[in-house]
Design a protein around this ligand. Structure first.
Ligand code: NDP
Length: 451
């Protein structure tokens, strides 16, 4: 079944790494083989074919002026993948590596993640190949306004609600919202991750990272009767997800010794100085991590050019638990071998699909607890949905209330995933557990809605 669907997607080889959409579909369908055969309705309603085909892909030109009045042109996209469970929902990514293929993969993952939350949200993703690095605040604003001028006809509080992702934080969401309001005169919850001043939810910036750690805490407690206290943890990335994962790990007493950006890795055996990391990576600043060692000479900086062959320095540092929080395909088989060799007991994904398929296989074979991003990083989209609820009812929830609800929701996701894995005879295989649990909810809705 996997082969034939991949063939239809125009892909004859089983899994090609420069085609991340095929990689994501292949992983999900492999998990679902037995489930699909167990119910004839899936074939009757062509569920798989419908599930792997986006509802629509919107592509547009974004033209904007830099501070010297030079004209620039970028590609903008929105992939509305599936709205069977609720309005399309998923982030916007601004990064030069953005292509239709990357956004299709992210949107496909998003429909499963959103299904796992149990909340009424469908899946989408969007973005642009625009590079925010080195741009002035005004240039970011002008780009966001130009982007929204093209995107606004396709979104709405009950239609499609974009949020942030790589390169898009609350500053960018603020500019996007401003332009949406300017054009439509609608003051509604069309975007989530807004600044608190105009309808944003408290805790949205922290939600993904905190959720990752809540998931990890629950998984370690239930599976190994272990806690994170005084345990050495490694984290990759230095953006929103990484920073808040580090923050919550530190609050729970863990010792986080690494972080990384696109140029290199910091290893600080005394524990990452979070205040300094924030200072370096503040939205307007985005300085290189090499600056970290200026004030912390005991720490080690490894530039990307010196990473071990086919691997990443972060994963070669011995740890109890590892948290990949940067980007897709950043943890290779070589890294996985090193993690296993060094006695790592759990790998909890904060980024979307950061671990390569053969690395996941190794973790599962070696009994390393492995949580896929669609389960452990679902806290971000969940709090986005809380923001939609607050906007719709004109309410404002306290930080503690959002935090409590997030913690509870991450525990429920863990339970859903682990119980499904048990029920389907693949205990502790949280990849299969997540894919099957998400698929069952989603496919039921698709069947009930008819074709
Ligand atoms: P940010 O833009 O805030 O940070 C991304 C980090 O990853 C930065 O440190 C960046 O380095 C690094 N990075 C980006 N691309 C690469 C690359 N090709 N190679 C190496 N490093 C890279 O993004 P987020 O923290 O928001 O997102 C991180 C991951 O989490 C992504 O996979 C995203 O899809 C996922 N995610 C995010 C959610 C959210 O709420 N923000 C929700 C769920 C998932 P540099 O500083 O040099 O740019």
């Amino acid at each position: 079944m996997v082969e034939s669907v991949l063939k239809k997607l125009g892909q004859t080889d089983n899994c090609v790494l420069d085609d991340v959409f095929v990689q994501a579909v292949s992983e999900v369908l492999t998990s679902l083989e037995l489930t699909i055969r167990s119910d004839s309705r899936y074939e009757q309603f062509a569920i798989i074919e419908r599930l792997v085909t986006p509802d629509r892909i919107i592509q547009f030109k974004v033209q904007w002026l830099d501070d010297h009045n030079n004209v620039h042109v970028n590609n903008g996209y929105r992939v509305q993948f599936n709205n069977s469970l609720g309005p399309y929902k998923g982030g916007l990514r601004f990064h030069p590596s953005v292509t239709v293929d990357v956004l299709k993969f992210l949107a496909f993952e998003q429909i499963f993640k959103n299904s796992l939350t149990g909340l009424p949200i469908g899946g989408a993703k969007g973005g642009s190949d625009f590079d925010p690095k080195g741009k002035s605040d005004f240039e970011i604003m002008k780009f966001c306004h130009a982007f929204m001028r093209e995107l606004h006809p396709y979104i709405g509080a009950r239609i499609d609600v974009p949020a942030g992702d790589i390169g898009v934080g609350s500053r960018e969401i603020g500019y996007l919202f401003g332009e949406y309001k300017h054009i439509t005169r609608n003051y509604d919850g069309v975007l989530s991750g807004k600044p608190y001043a105009f309808g944003g939810s408290l805790m949205r910036p922290q939600a993904t990272g905190y959720g990752v750690v809540y998931f990890a805490r629950e998984m370690l407690k239930e599976e190994l009767q272990e806690s994170l206290e005084e345990k050495v943890c490694t984290v990759s990335g230095a953006g929103n997800v990484a920073i808040h994962t580090i923050e919550k790990l530190q609050q729970l007493g863990a010792i986080v010794v690494t972080c990384s950006d696109s140029d290199g890795t910091i290893y600080d055996p005394k524990g990452i100085d979070l205040a300094l990391l924030r200072h370096l990576k503040d939205e307007g600043r985005r300085l290189s991590l090499v600056e970290y060692i200026n004030t912390h000479p005991h720490a080690l900086y490894t530039p990307k050019t010196e990473y071990p062959d086919g691997g990443h320095t972060v994963w070669h540092i011995p740890c109890f638990a590892a948290f990949p929080c940067a980007t897709q395909n950043e943890l290779t088989l070589i890294d996985a071998q090193k993690l296993v060799e060094n006695g790592c007991v759990a790998v909890v994904e904060g980024a979307n699909m950061p671990t390569l398929p053969d690395a996941i296989e190794l973790f599962l074979r070696e009994g390393v607890l492995f949580s896929p991003g669609k389960a452990s990083n679902a806290g971000g989209v969940a709090v986005s949905e809380f923001e939609m609820s607050q906007n719709a009812s004109m309410e404002k929830w306290e930080f503690e209330k959002v935090d409590r609800k997030l913690d509870e929701l991450m525990r429920q996701i863990y339970k859903r995933v682990s119980l499904t894995a048990k029920e389907y005879g693949v205990e502790r295989n949280f990849v299969d557990g997540a894919n099957i649990a998400a698929f069952k909810r989603l496919s039921e809705a698709m069947i009930l809605e008819g074709v």
